[in-house]
Design a binder for this molecule. Sequence first.
Ligand SMILES: NC(=O)c1ccc[n+]([C@@H]2O[C@H](COP(=O)([O-])OP(=O)(O)OC[C@H]3O[C@@H](n4cnc5c(N)ncnc54)[C@H](O)[C@@H]3O)[C@@H](O)[C@H]2O)c1
Length: 251
Amino acid sequence: MIVEKESPRVVVITGGSKGIGRAVACRFAGEGARIVLAHYDPDDSAAEETLKLLADMGAEAESHRLDVSRFQEVDLFFRKILDKFQRVDVLVNNAGITRDTLLMRMNEEDWDMVLNVNLKGVFNCTRAVIRSMIKERAGRIVNISSVVGQIGNPGQANYSASKAGVMALTKTTAKEVAPRGITVNGVAPGFIDTEMTAVLSKRVKDAFLTQIPLGRMGSPEEVAETVYWLCSDAANYITGQIVHVNGGMYM
Ligand SMILES: NC(=O)c1ccc[n+]([C@@H]2O[C@H](COP(=O)([O-])OP(=O)(O)OC[C@H]3O[C@@H](n4cnc5c(N)ncnc54)[C@H](O)[C@@H]3O)[C@@H](O)[C@H]2O)c1
């Protein structure tokens, strides 16, 4: 008897060049998924490193430079991906930036930029892919939020507002597309060891650590594991949820 092999899942990960996005890509590489990374680094060096890691794992992967905050460009990007692969099975909206400063010093550009990348970017990518998922009557979307979207954080008015927005957007999208067999969930990491947190001073890091019952930063792989699980059959009945991966920082 010929057993037909299921075709590999097509997985798009924004912000996939490094940090949490890279760990998510590597986690999906393990199942032999076809992986499409989008990033907006000034150069391709991190993305190339990630592609090398994925190739070493035997995964088919490609990387593109894309600013998720630009509606038209995002739409065109997904049209090309859909033309090439016919469908997107998994979208991980992971791209994110910080522009930290106290609210009284925050300028309009700091606010707009963070909201545009972190929140509008999730809308843009979801909007671009959702029709095709609806047509397939299947799909998984995971949006990366943050613990500070839940509890707030001084110096991060823009970032925490964007991440709270991601939580609300996740729940609304989940309700809209659940009847079509698509799940939409959020993952809210706490304090994770990536380039984003590497820039923080020792004083700020130590202050964070005192708030974490498990007493350490999380790893990108620990976040990736939850993202992957939400896209697995084990999570078929889970949608509209925000899963906190934070060492107990928020309970
Ligand atoms: N590191 C943490 O402690 C932490 C905590 C909570 C949430 N998060 C969130 O997790 C996600 C990943 O964070 P990380 O720590 O891995 O960050 P990182 O700085 O290591 O990587 C960020 C990625 O996003 C991409 N990116 C930035 N702007 C973009 C844009 N306009 N368009 C497309 N891609 C863009 C970068 O190119 C890069 O690939 C972010 O959404 C972040 O807010 C991180």
